[in-house]
Design a protein around this ligand. Structure first.
Ligand SMILES: *Cc1c(COP(=O)(O)O)cnc(C)c1O
Length: 266
């Protein structure tokens, strides 16, 4: 923990709480009783915004998503261990070691290669082995395999088909310290803007098909792998199509400034 106290502005805190509650209400309205995890995407937002939502008695929000490995490391050191962090940004090989060492990193949702899976697995295994029994136990690291459902060069992720299935299989069979939660996609922006609860998004269709295929190949029960899909523009449509995790940023925290201007402590 840093010695810098994080100041929480009550006006900002209550705005954040009501924005998050608004998203929760919209999720409940379409989820039909199915559990859907809301990851509040706090990238480029200051640590006190996160603390405000984590401490607010009305919400006590726990799941927060970050895109930049260093920013996540800084925030994890500053903020309570009870937060469950999600790494959702482009995953570089050099990120794997520092990320896997963050004890309360709940999930990496942008896994796209066996090599990165092996590093995450090895480092997480070392962390679990070195943790003492008096501390809070270190859990396996959850992962989503990211699938490039739109085929855009700018998006990372495995190609749909064999590449996705092979990576999932290797995680399950060779990586005892990882837990395969399911598949993740970002999808094309144009498709995302056109998504309504009535208008099915093609990226989400592809992800659902991939999930079914992987479950078949691994001999898993239907629905045992989850779909992480849906952001501010399209999360309701994603839930209607079976999403079990939505990643929502700007609707909760407001528009983001540039990376240069972003400050963890304000
Ligand atoms: C930024 C980001 C989000 C959240 O996007 P919003 O449009 O702000 O809700 C979700 N997922 C990923 C992978 C992101 O990078």
């Amino acid at each position: 923990m840093s010695s810098t106290p994080l100041k929480i502005d009550p006006t900002r805190a209550s705005a954040l709480v009501s924005q998050l509650q608004g998203v929760q209400d919209r999720i409940l309205a379409v989820a039909k009783g199915r559990p859907v995890r809301l990851v509040a995407v706090s990238k480029l937002k200051p640590a006190n915004d996160i603390l405000a939502l984590h401490q607010a008695p009305q919400v006590k929000h726990v799941h927060f998503g970050e895109n930049y490995a260093q920013e996540l490391q800084q925030k994890a050191e500053l903020l309570p261990r009870s937060i469950k962090w999600h790494f959702i940004g482009g995953l570089q090989s050099t990120h794997c070691k520092p990320l896997a060492r963050i004890p309360n990193l709940f999930a990496v949702s942008s896994l796209d290669s066996l090599k990165k899976a092996q590093t995450l697995n090895r480092v997480r295994g070392e962390l679990i082995a070195s943790s003492s029994s008096s501390e809070e136990p270190i859990e396996k690291l959850n992962v989503h395999v990211q699938v490039n459902t739109s085929g855009e060069d700018s998006k990372s992720g495995c190609s749909p088909g064999q590449e996705t299935a092979d990576l999932c299989k290797a995680i399950v069979t060779e990586c005892p310290h990882l837990n395969l939660l399911g598949l993740m996609t970002i999808g094309a922006i144009a498709r995302s803007k056109a998504t309504t609860p009535e208008n099915e998004n093609e990226d989400f269709q592809v992800l659902r098909e991939q999930r079914d295929l992987v479950e078949q190949e691994l001999g898993l029960e239907n629905g045992s792998l989850e779909l992480s899909m849906g952001m501010s523009e399209d999360f309701e449509g994603a839930i209607v199509m079976g999403s079990g995790e939505v990643r929502v940023g700007s609707t909760i925290f407001g528009e983001r400034g540039s990376k240069q201007e972003a400050k963890v402590v304000v």
